[in-house]
Design a protein around this ligand. Sequence first.
Ligand code: ATP
Ligand code: MG
Length: 236
Amino acid sequence: MCTAVVRNIPTGCKTIDEILEGGIPKQKISLVYGEAETGKTTLAMQCGINCARQGYKTLFVDCDGAFSTQRLSQIASKDFKSVAEFIVLIKPNNFGEQAIVIDRLTDYVTQSFRLVVFDTLTSLYSVEIAEYPKRTFELNRELNRQMACLAQIAKTQKIAVLTTSQVRNVFSEAFVNIEPVATRVVKFWADIIIAMKPTENPQIIRAILEKSPRKGLPSTYNLRIEETGIHECLIH
Ligand SMILES: Nc1ncnc2c1ncn2[C@@H]1O[C@H](COP(=O)(O)OP(=O)(O)OP(=O)(O)O)[C@@H](O)[C@H]1O
Ligand SMILES: [Mg+2]
């Protein structure tokens, strides 16, 4: 009898993948958060590429309009052509469209999909809050609803959901207290949390595995961003 092996989706960062028993898990929400240029999108692309290498599709919800085919080609290298066919890109233009994507996710995500990426999950939310600060409570509630939907869909459709979030937004001091609320919402729903921190060397990122099913293991890793993507490295 053939038993289907349910494999996790490798991030491409060796020790993180070992600790996560192969990578980000299906039926759960993973969160990668950090400041700008810390490799969140690169890591998300790598998950999409590795998912394609397993023979499954990724729905990449590009909320930032930051998805670059050229970057995908650099990271996927010789596999680019085959990988590209397995990555379906969707670009919501505002928080309302993001809600529609989530509400219709079960229509898009058929059996050939194993991964849904939201990059950056909180950016359109932040734009909306900047425009309508009086609606903060309502928008937080909507973000919470979206996360609840994603958690439910991850379980029922047996897919991995990878979300990215920034720690700081571009708003003035008047709104500085808003972002942590979003962070609390996204952290609440995430089963795996990886924080990406910049270092003095712009190529080196410190990744902290803040939440994972395995406890008591080393949780800080140095990653290097280069042409081929973001990978673990040893620095002294
Ligand atoms: N071809 C390349 N070779 C080396 N480094 C690259 C290459 N392309 C991009 N980078 C680096 O990757 C970093 C940006 O990575 P990425 O877009 O994944 O960050 P991010 O955390 O998603 O940023 P943001 O918060 O702005 O969305 C930059 O520091 C950039 O210099
Ligand atoms: Mg990004």
